[in-house]
Design a protein around this ligand. Structure first.
Ligand code: GLC
Length: 640
């Protein structure tokens, strides 16, 4: 019996010891969570989350490292982290002098001759300057890689988002994210101002092609895998432009442009139903940054909408990353003078200012505002903590130039172009195919006409090499790539076909392929009130080509290269087949893989196709009794 008692007492003592140890441990971890004080970041797709022990083996969570670093920072060092000047006016010495936390390339801005070496050298210089500051906080370098690393000559340029919305292939979005990330790492930049998750509701908007769809469901399902892929490779994503940029109304008085940066006059219910779900999906996918929109909601500029940025985005949706302004957007705010505009913008929840020209002045404004209490210390620290957390989570302290093991040998490698070719094929939508004129016979005699048939620049559209993009000229391509005509010529050469480009010989052809389209454009430059084939952003040579095709008297297959549906109601009856090819990017030849039947069409319209511009806005969830030319989701196959 005694023995039993002895064993029992040892057992009880052991049990108590275990309980003390575990409660100490619990207390310790509880202390840890108290020390972090910010809520745990639920993001799982990033290389690290705030609760993971960092790879530096410091034994601290990221949140602990953020608060430790923040506690050491001076006011100058904090405000410097919130500034994002442009590279073209920022010597690396200013990084050190002003503790700058971010740099951007405005549309098309590149170092030297835009070579891999020039990019790596520039990014290395900036990161070394940042590293040489007292606290050595790395730079986050932002660029619009919105359909591939499109600033770089030689990079793979994918179809613009409107085509990817028609493809509706989440796996493809992952592949595109991987290739985009690889080419960005190859240049040393680490932050993509993408994806644009606008839900474009009126195709007169010049940024319609940056939108996956008029439907929030397609926007959500396309952006999430792209964001995950970018960030899994160490490239910070940026969902933009928050919020309802695609909901602006055309021609509203007071708009700076016909519709871009305009005013979304919609109920909160519509804003939440149509324009907010993409951000919920982006946050769920782990998006670390969000860009505020130039536009307004019911007359209030987004850059000073505290309710939507702080209460809804950061509060209700739990966004733990940081919000960056759009390009000098703070100067548009109603307050009129820059000091009040900056204070209103920061106090609304914007954490970083994209400021090419006034960043030095704004540093002084923020410092004064913090010292006077117009910007609270808590707001300042929240903004800086968010920025630091993203830099820690994305591994920038360990790999400021990205993981160079992931870098490609050079831009535009064939395996990456093959991903873009797949995207081109899947983005095509067959809208008409009378008498089964498609697929074409590989040995056919084909008259290829139209201003968009042989032009990589037109295929790519805006945000390509430069902000507005550009057209091939005098035999030199705007970007390395293949044209639609080259696709026809290669196919004919391999199969005994004939390609005719001389209208005077068109009558020898079996069939005419007419390739018409739009000029390249970006943002408000693309706002277009007519959307027909002859005005606004339509290519001036469309008319002549349409007439030439008719005069040839053969069956006509029309391919439209455009950033949005254009009005074709009067012309489509004289076409036997009609294909929406959107803005396919550098791999234009891939279109012919489908036209000749090696692949079938799989694309479906992610935008309702209007009969007339008077029907706009017309959207699948808001048809208002109107009958479109082609409905949302429409798309034919060649093979029955
Ligand atoms: C532009 C665009 C935005 C882009 C930014 C930086 O004005 O609105 O989409 O990311 O400036 O180029």
């Amino acid at each position: 019996m005694e023995l039993l008692k002895g064993i029992r007492s040892i057992f009880i003592k052991a049990l108590v010891c275990i309980m003390i140890i575990s409660s100490l441990a619990a207390c310790q971890s509880g202390n840890n969570s108290k020390q972090t004080s910010t809520s745990v970041n639920a993001v799982t797709s990033s290389p690290k989350s705030s609760t993971e022990i960092t790879s530096t083996g410091s034994g601290q969570t990221i949140d602990q490292k953020v608060s430790d670093l923040l506690a050491k920072m001076t006011l100058d060092e904090k405000v410097g982290q919130m500034m994002q000047p442009t590279r073209d006016r920022l010597p690396a010495s200013d990084i050190k002098k002003y503790f700058i936390g971010s740099v951007l390339s405005g549309g098309g801005s590149h170092p030297g001759n835009n070579t891999k070496e020039d990019w790596i050298q520039m990014c290395t210089d900036y990161q070394n300057a940042a590293k040489s500051t007292r606290l050595g906080i790395p730079i986050i370098y932002g660029i619009d890689a919105v359909h591939g690393h499109n600033t770089i000559y030689g990079a793979v340029v994918f179809p613009q988002n409107i085509g990817l919305g028609a493809a509706q292939d989440p796996e493809l979005m992952t592949e595109i994210g991987n290739v985009t990330a690889q080419e960005m790492i190859t240049s040393g930049v680490n932050w993509d101002f993408g994806p644009c998750i606008a839900v474009a509701r009126d195709e007169r908007w010049g940024r319609t092609y940056e939108s996956y769809s008029e439907s929030p469901d397609i926007v959500s399902s396309m952006c999430a895998p792209f964001i995950k892929a970018l960030q899994a490779n160490g490239i910070t994503a940026c969902a933009k432009h928050y919020v309802a940029d695609g909901g602006a109304m055309f021609g509203v008085a007071g708009n700076k442009y016909p519709i871009d940066q305009g005013n979304a006059v919609i109920s909160e219910d519509e804003l939440r139903k149509i324009h907010l779900p993409g951000y919920e999906a982006a946050i769920k996918a782990g998006a670390k940054t969000i860009m505020a929109s130039f536009s307004s909601w019911n007359g209030v500029k987004m850059h000073e909408n505290k309710y939507l940025i702080t209460d809804v985005l950061k509060g209700e949706l739990g966004f733990k990353g940081f919000v960056v302004s759009d390009y000098e957007a703070v100067h548009q705010l109603k307050e009129g003078n820059l000091s009040n505009q900056v204070i209103a913008c920061i106090n609304s929840g914007v954490d970083m200012l994209m400021e090419p020209n006034h960043w030095k002045e704004i540093i002084g404004i923020i410092k004064d505002a913090v010292n006077s209490g117009k910007i609270s210390k808590a707001r300042l620290d929240d903004a800086v903590a968010r920025i630091l957390k993203v830099k820690f989570e994305m591994g920038l302290f360990e790999n400021p130039l990205g993981d160079q093991k992931l870098a490609a040998g050079d831009f535009g490698e064939e395996k990456n172009r093959e991903v873009a070719q797949k995207a081109v094929r899947e983005s095509l939508v067959l809208l008409k195919n009378q008498k089964n004129v498609l697929p074409l016979k590989k040995n056919a005699k084909i008259f290829v006409a139209g201003p968009a048939a042989n032009n990589v620049g037109i295929q790519c559209g805006g945000w390509t090499k430069t902000w507005q993009g550009g057209m091939d000229k005098n035999g030199s391509k705007w970007m390395e790539g293949t044209t639609i005509l080259e696709g026809f010529q290669n196919m004919a050469k391999e199969n005994g076909g004939t390609i005719i480009t001389d209208p005077n010989k068109a009558k020898d052809a079996d069939v005419t392929v007419l390739v018409i389209g739009e000029k390249p454009y970006a943002e408000y430059e693309g706002d277009d009130s007519k959307l027909d084939l002859y005005n606004g952003m339509a290519l001036p040579e469309n008319k002549k080509a349409i007439d030439e095709a008719k005069a040839a008297g053969k069956p006509i297959v029309t391919i439209l290269i455009s950033g949005r549906p254009r009005i074709v109601t009067n012309e489509i009856n004289s076409w036997d087949a009609f294909v929406a090819a959107w803005l396919p990017g550098t791999e234009g030849a891939a279109i012919t893989d489908v036209l000749y039947g090696d692949y079938d069409f799989t694309g479906k319209l992610s935008f309702t196709w209007p009969k007339s511009v008077g029907q706009l806005p017309i959207n699948v969830d808001a048809m208002n009794g109107k009958d479109p030319l082609f409905p949302f989701g429409f798309g034919l196959k060649m093979k029955k």
